[in-house]
Design a binder for this molecule. Sequence first.
Ligand code: GBH
Length: 449
Amino acid sequence: MRRFPEGFLWGCATASYQIEGSPLADGASPSIWHRFSHTPGNVQGGDTGDVACDHYRRWRDDVALMRELGLKAYRFSIAWPRVLPDGTGRVNEAGVAFYDRLVDALLEAGIVPFATLYHWDLPGALQDRGGWANRDVVGWFTEYAGLMFERLGDRVQHWITLNEPWCVAHLGHVAGVHAPGMRDLWAGLRVAHHLLLAHGEAVAAFRASRAGRGRIGITLNLAPQHAATSSQTDRAATDRADAYHNRLFLDPLFKGRYPAVLVQHFGEAWPEVTDEDLAIIRRPIDFLGINYYSRSVVADAPGEGLLGIRHVDTAGARTAMGWEIYPQGLYELLVRLHREYGPLPLYITENGAAFDDRLDASGQVDDAERVDYLHRHFLAARRAIDDGVRLEGYFVWSMLDNFEWALGYSKRFGIVYVDYPSQRRIVKRSGRWYRQVIEANGVPERTEG
Ligand code: GBH
């Protein structure tokens, strides 16, 4: 057995718009994802988060299920439009009450709550005022964060400001495949800067609040970028890719500067950034959350796309998302973060995979590939801990099959199967296996695959 450190926090992660359903219930206002998914052509199959996993109504059963799975921790996100329907100002008490009860139920079940303030569902009312592209969003977000610290900070000790700011800036504002569906590099770069400023100001509000005895961090989606060949041009292309995907957020957060190669590459489009801004962004945080799914292999491709790069397909096995299964990349990433940006406490706030899960004749889901995927990634994480990395917890994405953004319900990431028509939850083989891992606080040295 490869055991993990005592007190290691094994958990699952979810996000509000992906599981809750009832997006307009009890005084909530439409988020940008509600609007986006209700606009034809944006989401596969015309799927929306209107019902999702109906978690808004079934949260009590879902917490009971978490207890059955033996989870030590649970990472969820708060829907900003439920608690502040106009984005700022008037508080919707019914919305706050939902998270209040959820937190109480988690604590009662002995599960440590990790609250993410922003997992992509901006109030539509704020989008009408320019959303993340308007620098005023820094004040709006700080007000919202302060409210949640005030209301939940007596019980929630682990806070994450933002989930994957790269996805918000790039997928939402440059590529246009996520809400709010903009395609504008100039705006996207400002959005990235505003996200970081909002994060930094929320950290300051946290330190001054009643929640301040707890811990606060941010979650980034990070992926090692490997050069397709050792040529000078491929290596330079890979450096640009790493700067855009990884260092765009890591460097300002931990080093107080943006990657020079990006500033130079984007030239005129790069926003004005003051030293005061950089000081706000680099305010010390208590941990870094890492969402890891795969790596990229990069070749130089002059004139192609934003960065003059091309992604090269590898021979490795893939998940249903088409992402290469590459556990070694998790080890590599953790060691790099520890050496170049730490040492600081790290959590894997998401890792997991979509596969073509099927209910078999006996009504079970035999997802052996997911067991193998998780097993190999857990071993990679354990090796990083051997090397001195301060990894303190691991959240599997996801607890339940859910609304996979632009891909709707076509992709299943859960360790629990959701039969959407009946809303029945069926623990997959991977869910039963994960319960044993948590119980043993470790995994067998060898995988079966
Ligand atoms: C996360 O995003 C989200 O936080 C979560 O809501 C979502 O449901 C989950 O992951 C699954 O998608 O070049 O092979 O590395 C994931 C963000 C960004 C991860 C793009 C994959 C490119 C694939 N993704 N990235 S690869």
